[in-house]
Design a protein around this ligand. Structure first.
Ligand code: HEC
Length: 423
């Protein structure tokens, strides 16, 4: 029988599918135009009003593209616009956020250890911050700073760092990174919807009336699309981050989040340079690698299990010195039984969890061992599980799991584990 829960689950999958497809279309066309724009050849004998041209070969034919900056003398009869790629990405993303993080706020959005929010408050902050953030960004761009692109970029970076930190004070780590991504994506789409396209429409209207369009519109469009160019890769990282607890649920997740924006710049800088045929700045890859290693290091720097002294003290309190050496499986089993199995079982008892999440069941020794690495990643190195610490797992319990994992023979850990998960 088609339960509502099943239909809901499929609808959310369909929405995610749509979102990824529209994002591919948007990013694909945007990368195409950036590369095209940078690579335009500026020869002297170009027709009047043409600022550059390029020949391209693709799909069995040759394309001869000429760019009119700001506009051709007469309006062409047929004009293709590029805007729905962006709008549909934002709309599907917004719907997906509402389904995942608003309807599932208790697990995914609200973290009662950080801020004890009512559902409506959490939703208000979630949606409101996107709108207010845009207004703030837009004012920055329209201020005098708009004439100083580099300073503006730096301020934009500071704004993103503050947003990363701020969201992390309020929401679960998972929701924090997602919201920084959603905020950034909102800037990008609003740039298209509220600035670039309306300005383009003014230019078209001017052409229809036989007026010469103001080149200022070209400058504004360029500023906003430069921001979009550098923000694209970080947004994708942030949207994918919810699958990787080391990124979103470790102590320094907001710094990780900030560093991602720098990687967005170093990687794009490489491609922008080669597309402009200005050589190969390979040093950017060294910088990218250094930032990435710093991120990995940060993610493991401070596991959420207290420091060593605290660890041994609490163990000593609980057990005799002899037992400290070995954590028995019974202890682990009991912790998992109390803190995880309400959701991770064949028949979950947790409200609105209708089947074992991600097909992870943790009933009995075989299943627990098969998931040892994942338990370690989600509940020891990070606090991603239990979500929002819904079952009140204690630091002491995380420490015991850590000890247990440390004592497991290599053969039972990735990549040496013999038996893969038994699901
Ligand atoms: C309140 C319900 C709930 C509890 C309690 C819970 N989980 Fe989860 N768990 C989830 C949900 C929901 C997901 C799926 C998250 C997603 O979609 O990314 C999940 C996913 C997982 C995954 C799979 C992640 C992956 O690699 O795809 C692991 C492993 C996991 N949980 C371990 C645990 C452990 C260990 C505990 C106990 C310490 C625990 N969970 C407690 C709800 C719960």
């Amino acid at each position: 029988m088609l339960e509502i829960a099943i239909i809901w689950d499929w609808l959310s999958f369909a929405l995610r599918w749509l979102h990824v497809i529209t994002a591919i279309a948007w990013i694909g066309s945007s990368f195409y135009f950036i590369a095209l724009d940078l690579g335009l050849q500026k020869k002297r004998e170009l027709p009047k009003g043409v600022s550059g041209e390029e020949w391209q070969v693709h799909g069995g034919g040759f394309y001869h593209i000429q760019k009119y900056q700001v506009a051709p003398p007469d309006l062409p009869t047929q004009l293709t616009w590029f805007k729905w790629e962006s709008y549909s990405t934002w709309l599907s993303g917004f719907a997906l956020m509402a389904i995942m993080y608003w309807s599932g706020a208790e697990l995914y959005l609200i973290d009662r250890n950080k801020m004890d929010l009512e559902l409506w408050q959490a939703i208000l902050i979630s949606g409101g911050s996107l709108a207010i953030g845009w207004v703030f960004y837009d004012l920055l761009c329209k201020s005098k700073l708009g004439q100083r692109p580099t300073t503006l970029m730096f301020l934009l970076f500071i704004l993103l760092v503050l947003m990363s930190w701020g969201y992390d004070q309020i929401f679960t780590g998972r929701a924090a990174l997602l919201h920084v991504g959603a905020f950034t994506a909102t800037i990008m789409t609003a740039n298209v919807f509220l600035i670039i396209i309306p300005n383009q429409k003014i230019v078209v209207a001017d052409l229809k009336q036989g007026k010469t369009p103001d080149p200022e519109f070209g400058r504004i469009g360029k500023l906003r699309s430069t921001h979009n160019n550098y923000l694209t890769l970080p947004v994708i990282f942030l949207m994918l981050s919810n699958h990787y607890p080391l990124a979103f649920a470790s102590e320094y997740n907001w710094i990780i989040c900030s560093l991602i924006f720098l990687m967005g710049v170093t990687i794009r800088h490489y491609f922008n340079t080669i597309h402009a045929r200005k050589g190969h700045p390979n040093w950017t890859w060294a910088l990218t690698a250094i930032i990435f290693i710093a991120i990995m290091w940060l993610s493991a720097l401070k596991p959420p299990i207290g420091d060593d002294t605290e660890f041994s003290r609490s163990l000593n309190d609980e057990m005799s010195a002899k037992e400290v050496q070995v954590v028995g499986f019974d202890q682990v089993h009991e912790i998992i039984q109390i803190r995880c199995v309400a959701c991770h079982s064949q028949e979950p008892t947790w409200d609105r969890i209708n089947w074992a999440p991600n097909a992870v069941t943790l009933e009995g020794e075989k299943q627990i061992l098969a998931n040892a690495d994942r338990i370690f990643l989600h509940s020891v190195m990070t606090t991603s599980m239990p979500p929002s610490n819904a079952t009140f797992m204690t630091i002491n319990e995380r420490q015991i799991l850590m000890q247990w994992y440390a004592q497991l023979p290599q053969a039972q850990k990735w990549p040496f584990r013999q038996h893969h998960s038994t699901q």
